[in-house]
Every structure is written in C-alpha cells, then in structure tokens.
Design a protein around this ligand. Sequence first.
Ligand code: COI
Length: 369
Amino acid sequence: METLLNYENPAKNIKLNQMKYQIKITKTEDSAISKMDFNHLPFGKFYSDHMFVADYINGQWTNLEIRPLAPIPMHPGNMAIHYGQSIFEGMKASRDAEGHPLLFRPEMHAKRINKSAKRMCMPEIPEELFLEAVHTLVRLEKAWIPPQKGSALYIRPFMFATDETIGVKPSDTYKFIVFVMPVGPYYTNPVKLLAQDKYVRAVVGGVGEAKAAGNYAASLLPAAMAKNEGYDQVMWLDGVHKKFIQEVGTMNIFFVIGDEIVTPNLDGAILAGITRDSILILLRGKGYKVTERQISIDEVVQAYDEGKLMEVFGTGTAAVVAPVNEIRYKDHIMNINPDNFKIGPMIYETINGLRNCTIEDKFGWIVPA
Ligand code: COI
C-alpha cells in the first residue's frame, strides 16, 4: 500500500543524532514479544519489554534511562501515595504498511502534561525531554506496535512525587516514567451512559482540566454504581447546576442534534482531549456545522423526544471514537441506534486512516517516531 507520509519532514522528525538528552539504554535479554498474540489484545493488560525512567532531583531531570520494565521500589512514606501528586498522559503509536512507527500529535501531549504539572504544583518536563523519551522508547519497541486495525501501541507517560515525607507540601523530587502497551480497542461494544446527578467530577477552579490520577479515582464509585445498573460509564454534569454535560469518565463527548454537531466547551473543568481537538478540526474542515458550547442534559432529552438526537459518540486516545447507544438521565432512557450513525464512523475511519497513513495528513499530525 502506498504510504502518504513524508518521512524526511525535518520539522517533525526527531533524528537520533540530534537528540539533546543522553538516554542510557539497557536492553532486556528476555523479550516477551514471542508470547504475544496481537489478534487477541485486551486493553491495558500487556506491557512491552522496556520503560523510560528519569528522576527530578535538585531542580533538574537526571538519570535518564531506558531499561527492562520492572517494578519500582517505593517507600511507604512516598508523597504521591499520601497526597496525590500524580499525573499522566495517554498517547498512541501506530505503523504504516511498511512498519514504520508513527506518533499522533506528540507535542500536544508534551504541552498537556506540563499544564497538568503546573496545576498540581509539579515541575515541568521540558518538551524536548518528553518527546525524546517517547520517540526513543517507541523506536526501541516498534515490534510491539500491533498491525491490526483498531489496535495500537498505547503510550503511558506519567510523573509522580517521590519525597518520603509526611506533611502536606509539594514534593521536591519526582519520577517521570514512560511505558508502552500493545492494545486493542478500549470499548468493543457501543457504550451505555448514566448521567450522574448526585456526584460531580469537577468544578471550575478545581483540577478537572488536569490529567491527574485523582480525577480517575474520584470517578470510580459513581462508575461502579452505574455498572450495577447496567451502564458502562458515567456522563458527568457540571458541579454547580448539575445540568450542563461535561464529559464521560473515559472520554469527551459529542452529540449530533439535527444538523449541528455539539461538544461541551472547555470551561476549565473538562479535560482538553487531543482526540476531541483533532475531531473538531477534521469536522470543520469537512464543512460540518460544529459547535463548542454549553449543552444541558435537558436539551439532549428534548432533542431525543423530538427525534433530533441523531448520534452520540465519545472521543479519546484510548476510546478513539466510541458510539453511545443508550443514555439514562433520571427516568429518561434514550436509545440511539449506532447502525444509523454516519458522522461517528466516518471520523473514526479518518483518524485510523491518518494513523496508518492511508489518508493524507494535511495537518502535520503524524510524526515518524
Ligand atoms: C486515554 O484516553 O488515554 C486515557 O487516559 C483514558 C483512560 C480511560 C485510559
């Protein structure tokens, strides 16, 4: 199959000999890749052979190394465990027909982790360090990128406090780690959502915009309650009025109402999804009427009752584009048939096509690893 990517794009291609940081590499003598079955890949269960690790000590990132993936010893007084300074990113590597490893908008993730770091009073990771860590690890682990459609190499960069001190203050030391995992789709079936009117995820001024580990912990009880009632996830409403839709526990959310595609505006309490941003750009480029605005659950119920709720889909790195087939809010049960969706499947195919270079990337989003 013809590849549509320019591998010599000098602005995008980080070349090994141009790297600013010295990363020590120790390779495993016991690769697990021969045990992998890429045709049966659950999300989040299998790890590749290596991880990148760096320490933040005395105001500097140091000890940069890639080494065999292994547990990291931890003191019981570790501040991340007690006070929650822990943030992460989720990104994906794909491959083209010839097996070249590719990244999707990696610089956006480098920027977003630093936004999270700022909010959680953690040090920034220089963007070049973040990118060099990701590029070097993905190049080393390129055999772990599954070729199957819908599968990818999920990349998990994360940073957490490592001071061993009891007392509420920012840690002085941190670890920045990146590991990668071959994954299949996060959702294998259409998703059922329960709109949550008791618990809230975030309020403006809180930490909802940060990709902080605690945000996911806070979602677990309502998500477990939703599961008990037969729903896959919670759809969060705003923390003040419990009326305006924010996001889903694992992804941003889009509604097609009549001829308008609506997604909640980034009000300061919503995670600024990179897949969300990409989809907005793609849809606008294709001429759709796309609006980022407040959307209340009552508006969705009314649109459903009037037969105008055409599609609902979630978007995220892990989920990519996940069709929603049911939303419940109080006594309102809204069933939507994904077999009739047009925009969600089209945008899913577009993102996949960009990722494997069968659709031309006019945006410079796809970067050789
Ligand atoms: C991602 O989409 O990458 C996330 O971090 C969300 C999580 C559900 C895996």
